[in-house]
Write a protein that binds this ligand. Structure first.
Ligand SMILES: CC(C)(COP(=O)(O)OP(=O)(O)OC[C@H]1O[C@@H](n2cnc3c(N)ncnc32)[C@H](O)[C@@H]1OP(=O)(O)O)[C@@H](O)C(=O)NCCC(=O)NCCS
Length: 207
């Protein structure tokens, strides 16, 4: 589908504003606006709130639409609905990102400032690859995963759909993390996680 010259970002919270900043720096859209369900929300940047999230469906023919909601399940729900309705959903990549050969990044995914993604890794749809994260070679990050700021993933790691790796977490090479996991801030994952749940500590253990 051809991309539009206007972009709508659903969600004007802190995460949404970082997303907007990346979109501005990409220099690809002539106009950028937010949708948010919170009537009180104020945008301190030059991107303004022009309606509520449901209004997205009426803008589908005029705007590219990006879902900037931190909760993985909510983001998945809204992005899926928009996809079914025929929305053009872009991929947002900060210009400072370092991306290796044969890296694929899906639609609706944002890759933030200072991220490194090395050769032959695949990032799914609707993911958040947050500020300064490192995803080394041959990783498979499935759809709607959030890799928080400063998380570091070694080589040949798989992260299942919708899982969330907390800020500063570390994953050793050749480890699989199943779908439905929350890896706590600073946790170090050294072996496969095969049961959904919350894991914290060094080495990471289920709580
Ligand atoms: C793991 C996490 C989800 C748990 O949150 P929670 O369910 O609200 O748990 P609580 O804060 O009630 O903590 C429960 C216990 O686990 C401990 N704990 C929580 N997070 C921990 C962590 N990351 N590492 C080690 N221990 C942790 C708490 O100290 C507490 O221990 P206690 O019972 O002995 O007092 C959360 O602490 C966390 O790490 N979130 C990551 C946030 C993040 O990365 N944000 C980035 C956004 S971009």
């Amino acid at each position: 589908m051809t991309s539009r010259n206007k972009l709508l970002i659903i969600g004007a919270s802190g995460h949404g504003r970082v997303v907007a900043d990346i979109a501005i720096k990409m220099n690809r859209w002539q106009q950028i606006a937010f949708l948010d369900d919170d009537e009180e929300i104020q945008s301190p940047i030059r991107v303004k709130v022009i309606g509520k999230s449901n209004d997205a469906f009426t803008y589908i023919n005029d705007y590219d639409i990006f879902v900037a909601i931190g909760n993985n399940k909510t983001r998945e729900k809204i992005q899926t609905q928009l996809g079914v309705a025929g929305a053009n959903i872009p991929t947002l990549i900060h210009p400072s990102t370092i991306i290796g050969e044969k890296v694929e990044v899906g639609i609706g995914t944002v890759v933030m400032a200072g991220v490194v993604i090395n050769c032959c890794s695949t990032i799914g749809e609707g993911c958040i690859i947050n500020t300064g994260a490192v995803i080394d070679h041959d990783n498979v990050i499935e759809d709607y995963v959030h890799i928080s700021p400063g998380a570091r993933l070694a080589g040949t790691i798989k992260v299942g759909q919708g899982s969330w790796l907390g800020i500063g977490s570390v994953v050793s090479n050749n480890v699989n993390i199943i779908s439905g996991c929350m890896i706590g801030a600073g946790a170090v994952v050294v072996k496969d996680i095969t049961e959904p749940g919350t894991y914290v500590g060094v080495p990471a253990r289920r709580v």
